[in-house]
Ligand binder design. Structure first.
Ligand SMILES: N[C@@H](CCC(=O)N[C@@H](CS)C(=O)NCC(=O)O)C(=O)O
Length: 202
C-alpha cells in the first residue's frame, strides 16, 4: 500500500496506524504547500479532492478520508485490536470519536491554519476548539486512551490534531488528562517512528 502524506498534517493519523498495524507500506510526500510529489507529479491529479491523506491499495484502488482510512488499515490486522469488530457497540463508539474529532476538532484547527481567515473568525475557532478539547479532557479522566486501557484508531487522530495546538495558540496546559494522553501517545514506538519518518522528531 501507499500512503500519501504531508508533514505533520492530519495524514499523521493513518501514518501512525500503519505503523501500529506493522503492515508494509510506502510513504509518499505530497506537500500541501506545493502539491507536487518528489518526481514533480501533480498530486491533485492523484487525489482530485486536493488534500491528504490518501491510501492507495495494492489493487490500485484509492481510499480517502482519514476516519475511513484508519478503519480500513486496522481491519487488515484484526488480531492487533486497533479497532473493534464491525457491528459491535464498541466500533460505533470509535466511529463516534472519529467523527467528533473530524468535524468538531480537526476542522476547527483548519480555520486557524488558514492565513486568509480574518482574526475575528480565528478567535471564534480558537474558542470553539478549546471548548471541544476541554470536553475531551474530561472524557479522558481515569483513562489511558479514549476507549479505556488500550489504544485504538481514534487515539492516533486525537494525538495528531491536538499536536497542532502549540502552533496556533490553543492553550491546553490546564488540560491535565489530555496532556497525560499526549505524553503517553508520544511514548508509543509507532508514534515515534511516524514522527521520525516525517522529520518531526530527531
Ligand atoms: N476530510 C478530509 C480532510 C483532510 C484535510 O483537511 N487535509 C488537509 C491537511 S490536515 C490538507 O491536505 N489540506 C490541503 C489543502 O486544503 O490545500 C479527511 O478527513 O481526510
Amino acid at each position: 500500500m501507499k500512503l500519501y502524506y504531508s508533514t505533520g498534517a492530519c495524514s499523521l493519523s493513518p501514518h501512525i496506524v500503519m505503523r501500529e498495524a506493522g503492515l508494509p507500506f510506502d510513504l509518499v510526500l505530497a506537500s500541501t504547500k506545493t502539491h507536487k510529489l518528489a518526481d514533480g507529479t501533480d498530486y491533485y491529479g492523484i487525489n482530485p479532492k486536493c488534500y491528504v491523506p490518501l491510501l492507495e491499495l495494492d489493487d490500485g484502488q484509492r481510499l480517502s478520508e482519514g476516519p475511513a482510512i484508519v478503519q480500513y488499515i486496522a481491519d487488515q490486522v484484526p488480531a492487533k485490536n486497533l479497532v473493534a469488530p464491525a457491528g459491535t457497540m464498541e466500533r460505533y463508539r470509535q466511529m463516534e470519536w472519529l467523527n467528533f474529532i473530524s468535524s468538531e476538532v480537526h476542522k476547527g484547527f483548519g480555520t486557524l491554519f488558514t492565513p486568509a481567515m480574518p482574526d475575528e473568525a480565528k478567535a471564534l475557532a480558537r474558542d470553539r476548539v478549546s471548548k471541544r478539547l476541554a470536553w475531551v479532557n474530561e472524557q479522558l479522566e481515569g483513562k489511558q486512551y479514549l476507549m479505556g486501557d488500550s489504544f485504538s484508531v481514534p487515539d492516533a487522530y486525537l494525538f495528531t490534531v491536538t499536536n497542532w495546538s502549540k502552533h496556533v495558540g490553543v492553550d491546553i496546559s490546564a488540560l491535565s488528562h489530555l496532556g497525560a494522553f499526549m505524553a503517553r501517545m508520544a511514548g508509543r514506538p509507532a508514534v515515534q517512528e511516524a514522527l521520525k519518518a516525517e522529520g518531526l522528531l530527531k
